[in-house]
Write a protein that binds this ligand. Structure first.
Ligand code: 5CA
Ligand code: ZN
Length: 412
């Protein structure tokens, strides 16, 4: 499927610092030292609604990872998916009396526009679940033949992964079995489905149902793919057996990333599937979790229609640390708008304080598990001095603009 349009990223003098990132599996900040090219797979949208600020914050987080890797001289290979067939999409289409394909296409198109506006560097491959179905079916069959999966004998054709085929199951999320059992049904799992070997076994292939879309699955029989195998197969096919970063929001810690890793590791025989499992915090609104049921979603497209500068939205979302669950508020946006205006005035100054400390400071803060608030403070300090009339270096305003553009994605 088509990705979105990219933009020039300014080249900065020197080379950036190696990135250190929190890994959910090892539960600590660990150096990210990809050899050759850095590979990243980020879990993208299920396109049944418009992009909200939570999606935006997660995409910005991984955009920063890519910017830091590039600045450190690495080649980056980045893949993102679109879950363009799944229960939530079908449910929404049914509720609104709309064709699920039309709904998915419309919301994916809107997401692309939002990503471009937020200056998110596009993935090299932007891949839909539907277009990946033959590849997924092939791998489900491999798991079935290998004894790592089984078919329910109730005539549905549904195939499940046997988690006992993944001896390290649980290493990614670090959750106890009780915690897993509690979360599993809240995030698409079906612990009470009769005939499963283990209540936590995840669905790999859903046999065709009369009222649902289905695709030929060859020997598997007609049906549609489960969610976790979708991401495992797309990542393996396009990025290889071991990736540098598996990314998404922290709502994907379990079961999604645990199961994707278990599937991938069983298919390749190599573990871990990802060097870093990286999770962005959830964005809420005024202290409440942003969710469809609460009806408190703030859409990027709505803000754009209201003529809010997307750079202010980006700056506001980066003012908190990516791993922290945090709230969107009107004040957050107002502060970001003021800051953006101040930075623009400073970048337009004829000269400013020398820029080397600024560049080194922004690089150092971001290299430390993406400390965006720290990086913003470094940029603020330079801008304040430039606006106070410190004018040592005529080239510094350009370097300031290039630094916040290349590393923070903020175009002044
Ligand atoms: N299609 C699946 C991933 S394979 C999915 O979770 N889709 S989604 O549309 O629900 O979310 C898209 C991405 O945004 C995921 O990485 C998800 O973890 C993240 N996300 C969802 N809600 C929020 C939120 N409130 N705050 C931050 N990130 C979020
Ligand atoms: Zn995913």
């Amino acid at each position: 499927m088509e990705s979105w349009a990219g933009h020039e990223v300014p080249r900065l003098p020197g080379t950036g610092e190696p990135l250190r990132l929190y890994d959910s599996a090892r539960q600590g900040v660990q150096p990210s030292r990809p050899e050759g090219s850095a590979t990243m797979y980020v879990c993208g949208i299920t396109p049944y609604d418009a992009t909200h600020l939570g999606h935006a914050a997660t995409m910005i987080t991984f955009d920063l990872v890519q910017r830091m890797w590039r600045d450190a001289g690495l080649t980056v290979r980045y893949v993102q998916n679109v879950t363009d067939i799944d229960d939530p999409l079908l449910e929404r289409a049914e509720r609104d009396g709309e064709d699920w394909k039309v709904l998915a296409m419309r919301e994916t198109a809107l997401f692309r526009e939002d990503m471009e506006a937020l200056r998110i560097i596009p993935p090299e491959h932007y891949v839909g679940a539907v277009e990946s179905i033959p590849d997924i079916a092939e791998k489900v069959l491999v798991l079935l033949k290998d004894g790592a999966a089984y078919r329910l004998d109730d005539g549905t054709g549904d195939v499940y992964f046997d988690i006992s085929a993944a001896p390290a199951f649980g290493y990614e999320s670090n959750l106890s079995r009780d915690e897993m059992l509690e979360i599993f049904p809240e995030r698409g799992g079906d612990p009470d489905r009769a005939g499963k070997r283990d209540r936590l076994d995840p669905l790999l292939w859903r046999g065709a149902r009369e009222s649902e879309p289905s695709w030929p699955g060859g020997e598997l029989g007609p049906g549609r793919p489960g969610w976790h195998i979708e991401c495992a197969v797309i990542a393996l096919n396009l990025l290889g057996d071991r990736i540098s970063v598996q990314g998404g929001g922290n709502d994907l810690l379990f079961p999604h990333h645990e199961c994707s890793a278990a599937h991938a590791e069983r298919l390749t025989g190599e573990a871990p599937f990802a060097d870093h499992y990286v999770h962005a915090g959830m964005i809420g609104l005024d202290g409440e979790k942003m969710s469809k049921s609460r009806g408190n979603l703030v859409f990027v497209s709505r803000l754009r229609a209201d003529r809010v500068d997307p750079m202010a939205v980006r700056l506001a979302l980066m003012s908190g640390h990516y791993r922290t669950d945090r709230s969107w508020t009107h004040e957050l946006l107002a502060t970001a708008e003021d800051r953006l205006a101040r930075w623009r005035r400073a970048a337009a100054a004829p000269a400013g304080p020398a820029g080397d400390e600024l560049l080194a400071g922004v690089r150092a803060r971001l290299a430390d598990d993406l400390d965006t608030a720290g990086a913003i403070a470094v940029a603020d300090a330079w801008a304040d001095q430039a606006l106070a009339g410190v004018a040592d270096d005529a080239g510094a305003p350009r370097l300031f603009a290039d630094t916040v553009d290349a590393l923070l994605g903020i175009r002044l």
